[in-house]
Write a protein that binds this ligand. Structure first.
Ligand code: FUC
Length: 827
């Protein structure tokens, strides 16, 4: 088998040769070993029911999401379907006048009239995104149960099997509930049991904030059915009088949904009232809920899509005769096959036995809890498995778990960092299958985005701006001038997302996929970037208008603006895409002419610049930031998640990134802190990365609705922007991974940023670019041994500290790496 070359190797040569323009001189620049996670499965544990969303436990299979609250007398399951959005297919050609303003914006920018450029850019805007809708709630109620009499209450979420369990004693009866959302059977399954002689009485009911009705069907199912609005205004437009529009026509438009509940088996008597199902005298009952919508694709009218009332019936019928054990077995095997690929052991502590929320609170006061850090890492993997499966939509701002009619930022796809961050751990933590929804979404976006590129800018290829939704919205948002260009007019999402296409290939090595799917999409994004670049007054090819998500600059004459020329974020993204697309076309042996054209553009890009404070300049000129601690650090993309800058090949630029990070400080929202874990890890500073992890895990109480006051983590380990935003979970998991293993630069770097706090531990099953699976053990801060298994034959290069070694490997061969006085040995 041919060796798949390390895709990043080109950077060693390309970047050490790259010109670095230095405007001014650069400023000087616990636990116990051996905990076996298989013996003690990773789980979130609590001794109280959830009273708020941020305490409830997420279950899901990519399509159906459920948040389990675990209330003894009234148990709530908040229900979501990841295809249930407001709106319908978008028209990407919404602003025919926009194209006339681009030359005027550029003229203003090249004259240095930033005030005019800010105003004129507003002419280049379209509609806002639609909103992810909450489907409803299922309540399982136990009439007569007095919550005050409950003792011995426990609930937990077992990550390796994706089962939520609640258990308590009611008087003398032991009551148990187990719930999971199965991917193979596409059902929410809840088993209810009690040891009370004669059983107990239960009732089931549905509610929804959407237009809906609840009925008992002819065959006895409890059915919630309804539809979503055809339009919703973003939550931040508080001034809008009627934020939801429903179609009132005879065949109303808008996505239809259904949730259908059935008791698959019980020893009790099932009864039905108008909109409630009851069970009397049951010691056990097996409940199944099927959820579906009429969504039929980003470009299909959802009103005409498949009928969810019927599809849910078919799904429940298919489960007839199934036992809890057989459903659980299929579910646990499915989840386990993904989850168990990776173990992380950072050591034990007395905190291990405590409830998760107590651990998190005590962690904030400085207590060492390596088990909580490992649990947090695994929770990110769990969320990817539960929220993103082949065939489901990509994870949105809240994953798939949203309780709000007007969710924060519409619970949309915010693609100037958040959507990408959701998928940072997909490849590195051995969950490549879970990457698929994003990769597929990029294909949808390339279709609408081609119209946007042509219609708004007269450009080829495809582009996407700051926000998207399930309809693959691609235009600049802002409602035709209402949006601040600092976020609305950022056209680089396609360029950034294309990084994921190359990463998929870099890890997985599927050349047929690259040829048929990945490369054509990358090429389209590059074609847009090539057309979008324009010659600036100093002869370089630049982007104009250009923003640095979502920061503002102050010019020397005191103007605070947002639109300028070629921010470093734009430079890093375009440079990264050009390097990747050149290598992809070389790998595939296609498009020599196109490759030459890309190289010609690449050579005319401006260099990275180091500013007067030693920082990597965020702006084309060495301007001050309006907010020096701004949460976005997009100018540092070249270090992470891209791999253009690193301390080994480009030390001067890496030092400038470090200075930029110091100037920004360690604060920020949830995702901002998570990003900084990865950035410090890429700077090979494990202790600073660890400091960021500790602040990322700062306890935020469930009731906190405060925004932008510094991120952290909720009692259920959901990321707190605040409010809840799931990107920080994935960024946190990705950051921890970067501390343990890196594989950019064509080599496998073992323990590149191991902090002093993680003295002894092990990790099994991480993935490295080039197609390797890596296990590492370390003791007292030093590598003990590593095992590397190759997917394919080739030469593996390994680094540990300053030591490197190389050897050839056969397909599926495993080798052991140790470090000794004689250097690094691979056997
Ligand atoms: C961007 C960020 C915010 C938030 C929102 C969803 O606008 O700047 O912090 O993450 O997306």
């Amino acid at each position: 088998m041919a060796r798949i070359p390390h895709p990043s190797r080109r950077l060693c040569t390309r970047l050490s040769a790259a010109a670095v323009f230095v405007a001014m001189s650069v400023a000087a620049s616990g636990g116990q070993p051996g905990q076996d996670l298989r013996a003690q499965p990773p789980a979130l544990r609590y001794d109280r029911p959830a009273t708020a969303f941020e305490e409830a436990l997420p279950l899901g299979n990519g399509r159906t999401g459920a948040m389990a609250f675990g209330g003894p007398a009234s148990d709530r399951f908040l229900l979501n379907d990841s295809t249930l959005w407001t709106g319908g297919p978008m028209d990407p050609a919404v602003n025919p006048d926009a194209i006339n303003w681009l030359p005027k914006v550029r003229e203003a920018l090249f004259k240095g009239d930033y005030r005019a450029a800010d105003a004129l850019t507003r002419k280049i805007q379209g509609k806002f995104s639609q909103s992810y809708a909450p489907l409803g709630d299922l309540y399982v109620e136990t009439p007569g149960l007095d919550a005050a009499q409950v003792t011995g209450y426990r609930r937990e979420l077992d990550l390796a099997t994706a089962v939520a369990r609640t258990a308590f004693t009611d008087g003398t009866a032991r009551v148990r509930r187990e719930a999971f959302v199965s991917f193979p059977d596409k059902l929410l399954i809840v088993r209810l049991s009690t040891s009370a002689p004669g059983g107990s009485a239960l009732s089931l009911r549905f509610t929804s904030q959407l237009r809906h009705e609840v009925t008992v069907t002819a065959n006895g199912d409890l059915l919630l059915s309804g539809r979503a609005p055809v339009h919703a205004e973003p939550n931040y437009r508080r001034d809008i009088k009627d934020p939801f529009v429903y179609d009132e026509g005879p065949n109303p438009k808008g996505t239809r949904f259904a949730a259908r509940a059935r008791i698959l088996s019980t020893d009790g008597r099932v009864g039905r009232r108008q909109d409630v199902m009851t069970i009397e005298g049951a010691t056990t009952a097996l409940l199944a809920v099927a959820i579906d919508t009429s969504f039929a694709g980003f470009d299909k009218a959802p009103g005409e899509g498949p009928d969810p009332v019927r599809s849910t019936l078919a799904r429940l019928d298919a489960a007839a005769g199934r036992t809890f054990e057989s459903l659980l077995e299929a579910h646990a095997a499915d989840v386990g096959a993904l989850f168990r690929r990776v173990d992380l052991d950072l050591g034990r502590s007395p905190q291990d036995g405590k409830p998760t929320d107590v651990r998190l609170r005590e962690y904030a006061s400085g207590v060492a809890d390596p088990g909580l850090e490992a649990l947090y890492f695994q929770f990110g993997r769990y969320l990817l498995i539960s929220g993103s499966r082949p065939g489901s939509p990509a994870l949105n701002l809240q994953g798939i778990w949203n309780p709000h009619m007007r969710p924060p930022w519409s619970s949309n796809y915010t693609v100037n960092i958040n959507t990408e961050m959701n998928y940072w751990p997909a490849e590195t933590t051995n969950l490549a299958e879970c990457h698929q929804p994003l990769l597929r979404f990029i294909g949808d976006l390339a279709k609408t985005g081609a119209v946007t590129a042509r219609h708004f800018y007269g450009a080829g290829g495809w582009c996407v701006h700051h926000n998207s939704d399930i309809w693959a919205l691609s235009n600049p948002v802002g409602d035709f001038g209402q949006g601040d260009p600092r976020w609305a007019n950022w056209p680089m999402a396609g360029v950034w997302m294309s990084q994921h296409l190359w990463e998929r290939y870099a890890f997985g090595g599927d050349a047929a996929w690259l040829r048929a799917t990945g490369y054509p999409l990358m090429k389209g994004a590059a074609e847009f970037a090539m057309d979008w670049l324009v010659e600036g007054p100093d002869g370089f090819l630049v982007t104009a208008p250009s923003t640095s998500p979502e920061n503002a600059f102050i010019t020397p004459d005191g103007y605070t603006g947002v639109v300028s020329v070629m921010t470093t974020a734009d430079l890093a993204l375009i440079r990264g895409l050009f390097l990747n697309v050149i290598q992809a076309s070389e790998t595939l042996g296609v498009d020599a002419g196109f490759r030459t054209a890309v190289k010609a553009k690449l050579d005319r890009l401006p260099p990275y610049k180091v500013g007067s404070r030693g920082q990597l300049q965020e702006w084309y000129h060495d301007w001050d930031d309006q907010d020096p601690a701004h949460r976005h650090v997009s100018h540092l993309i070249g270090l992470f998640p891209d791999d253009q800058i690193n301390p080994i090949d480009t030390p001067a630029l890496a030092a400038a990134v470090k200075r930029s990070l110091e100037l920004r400080g360690d604060g920020g929202t949830g995702w901002a802190k998570a990003w900084k874990i990865g950035l410090w890890a890429r700077l090979l500073d494990g202790d600073h990365a660890y400091r960021m992890l500790r602040t990322h895990l700062q306890y935020v109480p469930a009731s906190s609705e405060t925004q932008m006051k510094g991120g952290g983590t909720y009692p259920n380990l959901f990321d707190a922007h605040p409010p809840f935003q799931i990107d920080g979970n994935f960024g946190g998991t990705a950051g921890i991974t970067e501390m343990l293993l890196q594989s950019q630069r064509g080599e496998i770097h073992l323990l590149p940023a191991l902090p002093a706090a993680w003295g002894t531990g092990s990790v099994r099953g991480l993935r490295a670019r080039g197609g390797y699976t890596v296990d590492i053990r370390w003791r007292d801060g030093k590598l003990e041994s590593a095992a590397i298994t190759a997917d394919r034959a080739g030469t593996v290069r390994v680094r540990y500290g300053g030591l490197t070694a190389e050897r050839s490997m056969k397909a599926r061969q495993s080798v052991d790496v140790t470090a000794g006085v004689a250097g690094l040995s691979i056997r």
